[in-house]
Design a protein around this ligand. Structure first.
Ligand SMILES: [Zn+2]
Length: 303
């Protein structure tokens, strides 16, 4: 009787773990990646900005995933994190960079249905510039943390594909594999995240669309490489069970992650570096466009 009960419990636990593993929302970069990107972006800023940003670096890192948290509370939030470029034949040239023109061409409903990340980043950039103009330290920090998240998201190849979690190709879980598991395993050990200086972006919208185009092209490799590897390595070697936050979670094994990471040939690091550079450059550009307000005076009042 006791054995049967234990057996039953074991089955429930297994089911629960599987549910947790597969039902986890296809987020973005994961908490770890987003924190790292916002954090490292601070060090690319010029002397006039770095004091204020460094004094608030913890806030910027801690709030790097606020937009993902909002996805559960705000209905309009989800499409701001991605764009299904395969819906547009993976060709950014067909998409107007101006929102109004895109709405006229495709209708707002259709655009929302396939994700609006690149346009939304420009809305956020407008807000960041306004926050600098108003010399509002809390709004500067909140918007800086938020825009950092969205810029990081468009660097993730699967954020530019409708097959965002491998659901169309029986690769469920690949989203978190690429953007959470791999950075967690390798970012601190292997990635070079010291990246020169932020640069002023004359045309930030164009910069973002170029990154979207790169992501759209890379999505194909992200999926194809894992598919090929999965044919060579049996599933009992592909997955392992690890204790995370007090829960046993099924996840891609470190051996499998190692092989996949090698085959990606530096892709995750390249995308992460570009995200960091982009975030810092967007912050810098908004500040310059706002007339370079003196941030050192704002230090004290920011929370
Ligand atoms: Zn996101």
């Amino acid at each position: 009787m006791v054995m049967k009960w234990m057996d039953e419990m074991r089955r429930y636990f297994l089911l629960f773990f599987l549910l947790v593993f597969f039902a986890l929302p296809a987020g973005s970069w994961g908490f770890f990646g987003h924190r790292h990107i916002n954090y490292h972006a601070v060090f690319l800023l010029p002397p006039e900005m770095i004091g204020f940003y460094k004094a608030n670096i913890r806030y910027l890192a801690d709030h790097a995933i606020d937009p993902d948290k909002r996805r559960y509370a705000v209905m309009e939030e989800a499409p701001r994190h991605y764009i299904d470029m395969d819906h547009y034949d993976n060709n950014v040239q067909t998409l107007p960079m101006k929102w109004e023109e895109a709405v006229a061409k495709y209708s707002e409903d259709s655009l929302q249905a396939h994700g609006i990340a690149p346009w939304w980043i420009m809305v956020m950039q407008g807000r960041l510039k306004k926050a600098f103009e108003a010399r509002d330290p809390n709004m500067i920090l909140k918007t800086s943390a938020d825009i950092g998240h969205y810029i990081a998201d468009v660097h993730v190849p699967l954020h530019a594909s409708s097959n965002h979690n491998g659901q169309k190709t029986e690769q469920h879980g690949i989203h978190g594999f690429w953007e959470s598991r791999l950075p967690e395993l390798y970012a601190e050990k292997e990635y070079d995240l010291l990246i020169g200086k932020a640069g002023y972006l004359v045309n930030p919208s164009q910069w973002i669309w170029q990154r979207v185009q790169e992501s759209a092209h890379a999505a194909d490799s992200v999926l194809k490489i894992e598919k090929q590897l999965s044919h060579r390595i049996p599933s009992d070697q592909r997955f392992s069970y690890e204790l995370r936050n007090g829960m046993v979670m099924r996840q891609y094994s470190s051996t499998y992650a190692h092989q996949y990471h090698r085959k990606l040939n530096g892709m995750v690091e390249r995308r992460m570096r570009s995200a960091i550079h982009g975030v810092a450059s967007f912050w810098l550009s908004a500040w310059i466009d706002a007339g370079q307000p003196d941030l050192d005076q704002l230090k004290a009042s920011a929370k």
